[in-house]
Design a protein around this ligand. Structure first.
Ligand SMILES: O=C[C@H](O)COP(=O)(O)O
Length: 235
């Protein structure tokens, strides 16, 4: 199980030069906990989900273009999974990342895999996890979310997000490999909605989205999913 130290990686990234001055201090301070890692359990984009996904979500998924993963709270995973087609995969919002043992109340990746959950979000800024190592990068998706943008309605500009995504990719190139840098999906999260997703998706290094609030609105969620270009879907 899973991923690099998010705080460690983030601490090596520069604050985006294009930050507006009113946000630059906050952005810089927040940057240290802004990266989350998605680790595929078996084999990006992850989303909050209502108990029952809406018809537009199912219709959009059936179109077969974007890779869609929904991340309901633990207690709804089975219910949501049973209401979805196989085209939409399931993620947990967190998991126990330590070794085995007696940890009452924690949920392990083995348990998640056992109920058909293929992904897990690790290191979301709301969880403050720090993860030790990445045994393999093939199934890791990195999400950049400025903390000030999460649930606030304040979205990073496409240029700001692109700048940080480039920095993340550069970090991967220097610290892992050029191959991993080019293949790893880096997704943006933080007040993504149907009005801003298209411009964000045009950026070269934005490979998808981590959507919170807008994922609960079926038609808007479908707009966001469809804004991810075919180039990135194919990646
Ligand atoms: O988990 C969700 C992300 O943190 C983004 O949430 P948001 O789209 O509501 O800002």
């Amino acid at each position: 199980m899973a991923a690099a130290a998010s705080a460690f990686l983030a601490s090596q990234l520069p604050a985006p030069k294009s930050s507006p001055s009113s946000l630059s201090g906050l952005r810089h301070a927040c940057l240290h906990t802004d990266q989350a890692f998605f680790r595929k359990i078996d084999s990006h984009l992850t989303l909050s989900a209502p108990r029952t996904p809406s018809r537009p979500v199912l219709a959009m998924a059936a179109s077969g273009k974007a890779h869609v993963v929904v991340a309901p709270p633990f207690v709804y995973i089975d219910q949501v999974k049973n209401s979805l087609t196989d085209r939409i995969e399931i993620s947990a919002q967190n998991s126990w990342v330590g070794k085995g043992g007696a940890f009452t109340g924690e949920i392990s990746v083995e348990q998640l895999a056992d109920i058909g959950c293929k992904w897990v979000i690790l290191g979301h800024s709301e969880r403050r996890h720090v993860i030790d190592s990445v045994p393999g990068w093939d199934d890791v998706v990195i999400a950049y979310e400025p903390v000030w943008a999460i649930g606030t309605g304040k979205v990073a500009t496409p240029q700001q997000a692109q700048e940080v995504h480039v920095a993340v990719r550069d970090w991967l190139r220097k610290n892992v490999s050029a191959d991993v840098a080019s293949k790893t999906r880096i997704i943006y999260g933080g007040s993504v909605n149907g009005s801003n997703s298209a411009e964000l998706a045009k950026q070269e290094d934005i490979d998808g989205f981590l959507v919170g609030g807008a994922s609960l609105k079926g038609p808007e969620f479908a707009v966001i999913v469809n804004s991810v270009t075919s180039k990135k879907v194919a990646a």
